[in-house]
Design a protein around this ligand. Sequence first.
Ligand code: NAD
Ligand code: WQD
Length: 355
Amino acid sequence: MEDGAAFNGLSCSWPTTLHTMASRGIILLTGGAGFIGSHIAVEVAAAGWTPVLLDNFCTSERSVVDRLGELMGMPVRCIEADIRHEGAMRAAFGSTAVHAVIHLAGLKAVGESVEKPELYHDNNVRGTEVLLAAMDEVGVRRMVFSSSCTVYGTPQRLPIDESHPLSAINPYGQTKLDIEHMLDRWVDAGPDRHVCSLRYFNPVGAHASALIGESPLGIPNNLMPFVVMVARGELPELGVFGGDWPTHDGTGVRDYIHVVDLARGHVAALDQLDSMHHERINLGTGMGASVLDVVHAFERMNGAKVPYAIRPRRAGDAAAAYADPSLAERRLGWRAQLGLDDMVRDAWSFAQRQG
Ligand code: NAD
Ligand code: WQD
């Protein structure tokens, strides 16, 4: 079979009878082996659904699947496939009765997207087109999409609610806007289609078990994995991008959200999906923390040192960005429960367990 090469790997380690047991149905997580997807898999399973991962492992490790199995106490099914591969996607949906898709598969490094905009369009936007076509063939009509606060561009006002003006300030952000628009067209193209685009702010932290967490390849772009590498002595110091922003301590302020809270937001979205056409909802805490707030919380909670030096501002950065998360509370009955101390503690526990 021509598609066999792409549709193989870790597939079918799941007992075939399982979805006939107490499960509410199968949730297919594209990009499910990644940082956020792996945490969603745990919460989806805890809510009674059966998670099935689909991933090409371009930015994640195959060992995540085994670690998830250990965490859940049962094997986790993972289909090794690229969302851009029509045959592999057709085969994936052909073999699995999917209730809804949580679509996380995508590339997310802003700097890389500036260097390789075509790759980002191909992987993220065209990949979503292929995924939607495969869903159409088998009549899967529900999707929760991993969007991002990047769709708001440079903040015009704070806190950022869902009516904030949209703009793309880099090719990665453009892919998120393009996909949200594509999903508008998709829900209008057929009956009974339901989409929730969740606009994440800054997901950090790790599962309390320390079995899954964030493992970026190479030197990280984002603050928390960089802080972790400095605390481990793998990098000499954290460069703080600007000490003269108009914020309480001069460093950039963001809305960090614990990845487990974020994952639970997806379960809440699944529960409300059938009442939606295409809704966009922020997932954030509504609380801003500065770079130095993060550093100080990390040092206090973990007894680790994070040497830092103030450097010039990073191009494209904003002084502050944080969510108005009230729509998520009204629409999904969800609000973040965990704070910055939980985030830095769990990020460090996961890093230490990696050895
Ligand atoms: P991640 O890199 O850890 O996970 C992405 C996963 O998608 C990886 O496992 C990767 O192998 C897979 N993938 C990528 N392209 C694929 C393809 N063509 N076919 C199949 N699998 C593919 O990143 P993450 O932080 O878990 O992000 C998940 C999603 O959330 C992404 O869409 C990202 O844009 C979005 N998001 C992330 C953040 C963040 O700060 N982490 C913020 C907002 C939105
Ligand atoms: C956070 C703060 C930096 C690294 C990114 C993406 C965005 C979205 C969310 C996916 C800022 C400062 C960072 C460092 C630092 N992701 N910083 N030194 O910029 O809010 O947004 O994640 O959709 O698209 O761009 O997150 O973690 O890069 O930075 O001082 O080495 O930490 O200036 O104030 P950001 P970040």
